[in-house]
Ligand binder design. Structure first.
Ligand SMILES: CC(C)(COP(=O)(O)OP(=O)(O)OC[C@H]1O[C@@H](n2cnc3c(N)ncnc32)[C@H](O)[C@@H]1OP(=O)(O)O)[C@@H](O)C(=O)NCCC(=O)NCCS
Length: 206
């Protein structure tokens, strides 16, 4: 079976050039040491409920496993500098749904609006080119930044069985966002984005 194409989404906005890209394996390998450091940083780790330390090889395995199960991984760059990563997991082609997660890695860069902008870019990609109809998030109650980010984007609390299927702990907060609401709230901004298939040489495996 052929692998899906890899996509990128760019935004030339007030923060300069932002790009979210579905990475090739060499791009993951180049980013793995920094991502590992960010995943293992104490605050990030507690916000993401990561139980175990991840070394760079584990990061590569994580990207591989998301891709192989039909999910989509992204590396996030501002002016060409790696800022973090994001993914859509548990993508269900029957229901056109998936679960979203994002990390802005450096603690001193968090809270400057990058998470909101990258999340908006990736939802534009997911709701258009990738054909998703609804996206879910599951967040620990202590993660005020994440709760605020998704609320600002337009997510609403969702305690349906589908949403609760994503929780790790009973008190996790589940929210979801539908395609129609996204386009109504962000359609004008989404039109400023460049959403493109990556060139075939960039999409070829590995
Ligand atoms: C959560 C995260 C993605 C948010 O991205 P960010 O770039 O830091 O957030 P933004 O600057 O876009 O801010 C989004 C909103 O949250 C608020 N916010 C950010 N950090 C906050 C914090 N620690 N406490 C309270 N509010 C916070 C911002 O003020 C902003 O709201 P406002 O526009 O009303 O002022 C990022 O901080 C991060 O990666 N954290 C560690 C990993 C993580 O928690 N990932 C999410 C798992 S789902």
């Amino acid at each position: 079976m052929s692998q899906p194409e890899r996509w990128s989404v760019s935004w030339n906005g007030s923060d300069g050039q932002l790009e979210a890209r579905e990475p090739t394996r060499p791009e993951v390998e180049a980013a793995a040491a920094r991502l590992s450091g960010w995943y293992n940083e104490e605050h990030n780790r507690s916000m993401m409920s990561n139980d175990e330390e991840m070394d760079p090889d584990d990061v590569g395995d994580h990207f591989d496993s998301v891709w192989k199960e039909g999910g989509r991984n992204f590396l996030l760059y501002a002016e060409g500098r790696l800022m973090g990563d994001a993914d859509l997991r548990h993508v269900d082609p029957a229901t056109h749904t998936g679960e979203f997660a994002i990390l802005i890695g450096e603690r001193n860069v968090q809270g400057r609006g990058y998470g909101t902008r990258f999340a908006l870019m990736l939802h534009a990609l997911a709701f258009t080119a990738l054909g998703l109809e609804r996206i879910y998030v599951s967040i620990i109650p202590a993660n005020r930044g994440s709760l605020r980010l998704f609320e600002k984007l337009g997510y609403e609390r969702d305690d349906s069985p589908a949403a609760r299927s994503y929780i790790d702990e009973d008190d996790d907060v589940t929210m979801s966002f539908g395609r129609g609401d996204f386009l109504r709230l962000h359609g004008d901004t989404a039109r400023q984005l460049v959403i493109a298939r990556r060139p075939p040489e960039d999409s070829a495996l590995p």
